[in-house]
Write a protein that binds this ligand. Structure first.
Ligand SMILES: C[S@@+](CC[C@H](N)C(=O)[O-])C[C@H]1O[C@@H](n2cnc3c(N)ncnc32)[C@H](O)[C@@H]1O
Length: 190
């Protein structure tokens, strides 16, 4: 049996999502990137479920589609290149979960990183779409200038969420370097 160890922000986000998402659920990958999270979510929602996969880069959608085709999961996914700041309009209804993995496309152009203003707007819209008991995960990478701005803005946004409606957790390794990724989990109270 594998020995338990504390793992990174992305691992924790996936672990929590795996516990929450049920077959038939509607969920969102708000930063498609290379499609790792989209494939993961498509597996969790099953044949009757639906994943909305969002990115602004056509290259991200192309890679993600290739991965989904290879796994036989593409029918479960709706794609949008509109940008997650339009999340509520793209999704158009309640969702069980939304995953954000901020930063830039791995192996892609660093200029095309997520941006503080659109990130905060997107998380706000994700909150408005959440079902009771639903969950948002936001992985933040403060190792670059825009990532540090995002960390500050997401922290502030989360602090201001009403405690009656949302339970919010910030996960960080407090003895690690300042640039170590951090995870925010926002659950709408049932
Ligand atoms: C770190 S990557 C995501 C990694 C991905 N989840 C995976 O499993 O490979 C961040 C992505 O966010 C995308 N992005 C940047 N601004 C965006 C926006 N406004 N709306 C949606 N996606 C955006 C980037 O193009 C990039 O592909």
């Amino acid at each position: 049996m594998e020995r338990f160890e504390l793992k990174n922000a992305r691992y924790l986000a996936s672990d929590v999502m795996q516990r929450l998402i049920q077959p038939g659920d509607t969920v969102v990958d708000a930063t498609m990137g290379n499609g790792g999270d989209t494939v993961f979510l498509a597996q969790l929602v099953g044949e009757q479920g639906r994943v909305y996969a969002i990115d602004i880069q056509p290259a991200a959608m192309k890679r993600t589609k290739e991965r989904l085709e290879a796994e036989g999961l593409i029918e479960r996914v709706f794609f949008s290149l509109e940008g997650h700041q339009h999340l509520a309009e793209i999704v158009g209804g309640p969702v069980r979960a939304v995953m954000f993995n901020l930063g830039w496309l791995p192996g892609g152009d660093h200029i095309c990183t997520t941006r503080t203003e659109t990130t905060v707007e997107a998380v706000l819209q994700a909150c408005s779409c959440l079902l009771p008991g639903g969950l948002i995960s936001v992985c933040v990478y403060p190792g670059h200038e825009e990532g540090m701005r995002e960390l500050e803005a997401v922290t502030q946004f989360c602090r201001n969420l009403p405690v009656r409606t949302y339970t919010v957790l910030q996960h960080r390794f407090i003895n690690a370097k300042a640039e170590t990724p951090q995870l925010f989990l926002i659950q709408k109270n049932a």
